[in-house]
Design a protein. Structure first.
Length: 364
């Protein structure tokens, strides 16, 4: 007697692939949270950061943070990091990054701001405003995405990699955008080392005036020191003070971006979008560190160590950013952000010179 089968027994059906409306396998895999120990990913980021710091010491104009991004991208190009490294790289890319930015405040004081002088602050604020406005207008005309043009604008107008590091967690920028922005800023820092001393001598700037120009129009501190040193030792001190004071512009810019991000999140139709806090904790810590330093609570002997720790933490974070970079997205971005960076470099440089002339900066 033959055994009967009926509809009550499950029957196997051939697999014809994903059905219409089903999520793509790659997208579904990317959407699943990766859980596990953060130690392996953080260890890889630390190794890349140590190598980057060593390279940065030998090539100061390059610096550790920029080297970290480049090395991370190169490593990811050779071998894509395994999913088990993701928790550690996320830890490095956000809490470690935010801690490094917060420690920047310990290098600043209100007395430094006052020392810069009344004529310098209008130059810094005016050139920053011109840069951010140009980033918005020119970036839109070029079709550069909002997050990327914000990163390039903040990096060019404030303080290079440190500003990009501060803005990244506020706007939630992707790793590929961060890598592209930092690479763009670095390219024009190198150009400034070559071009700016020639411009200074051509215009007959005295060392103090050139120090203001370099501190306003060059981004990362290592490049500021390189440009000012190339012009003459008398320009270095003023350039460094201007550059440190310019770092304070991180606070209002990040607060404004946090406010905009919160408004967008509250107006988003998806309930899964969570509004960002108005004042990110690391900005509060930045201000508290600056206030403590202004009050003399941070010993002068601790400044070099805190500076090195801040740079190292940012370097670790940017190593993770480089390792996490989507190379396909990076190639797909194209040359337009680079063109935006060139335009902003010209805007900041020319506005700095124009404002110095307008406020009697001593240009001949």
């Amino acid at each position: 007697m033959r055994k009967e089968t009926d509809a009550r027994e499950p029957r196997s059906t051939p697999d014809h692939g994903p059905r219409p409306g089903d999520p793509a396998p790659a997208a579904a895999a990317a959407a699943r949270p990766v859980r596990g120990s953060w130690i392996p990913g953080l260890a890889v980021a630390l190794v890349v950061a140590v190598v980057a710091m060593a390279v940065g010491e030998r090539l100061p104009v390059l610096g550790g943070p920029v080297t970290a991004v480049v090395l991370g991208v190169l490593v990811a190009a050779v071998r894509r990091p395994a999913p088990r490294l993701t928790p550690g790289m996320r830890l490095a890319g956000k809490p470690v990054l935010q801690t490094g930015v917060a420690l920047l405040g310990a290098q600043l004081s209100l007395s430094q701001v006052l020392h810069v002088g009344g004529s310098s602050l209008p130059v810094m604020i005016g050139s920053l405003a011109a840069c951010l406005l140009a980033a918005r207008v020119i970036g839109r005309r070029l079709g550069v995405g909002g997050d990327l043009r914000t990163l390039i604008g903040a990096g060019t107008g404030i303080c290079g990699a440190s500003a990009i590091a501060a803005v990244t967690p506020v706007i939630g920028a992707a790793s590929a955008q961060v890598a592209y922005a930092i690479s763009t800023i670095f390219l024009f820092n190198i150009a400034a080392v070559v071009v700016f001393p020639l411009v200074g001598h051509l215009l007959g700037m005295d060392p103090q005036v050139f120090g203001l120009f370099a501190g306003t129009a060059v981004n990362d501190m290592s490049s500021v020191v390189a440009v000012a040193t190339a012009y003459g030792p008398g320009a270095v001190d003023d350039a460094v003070v201007v550059k440190l004071t310019r770092t304070l512009m991180i606070i209002p810019v990040c607060l404004g971006l946090a406010l905009l991000a919160g408004r967008r999140a509250r107006s988003a139709p998806s309930a899964s979008v969570r509004p960002a806090g108005l004042v990110p904790w690391f900005l509060v810590a930045f201000l508290l560190a600056a206030a403590a330093n202004s009050a003399g609570l941070v010993p002068a002997a601790a400044h070099p160590g805190l500076k090195e720790l801040s740079v190292f933490l940012i370097t670790v974070a940017l190593s993770a950013v480089g390792l996490s970079t989507d190379l396909t997205a990076l190639r797909r971005t194209g040359p337009r952000p680079l063109l935006l960076g060139a335009c902003l470099w010209v805007v900041v440089s020319s506005s700095s010179l124009a404002l110095q002339y307008a406020f009697g900066g001593g240009l001949s």
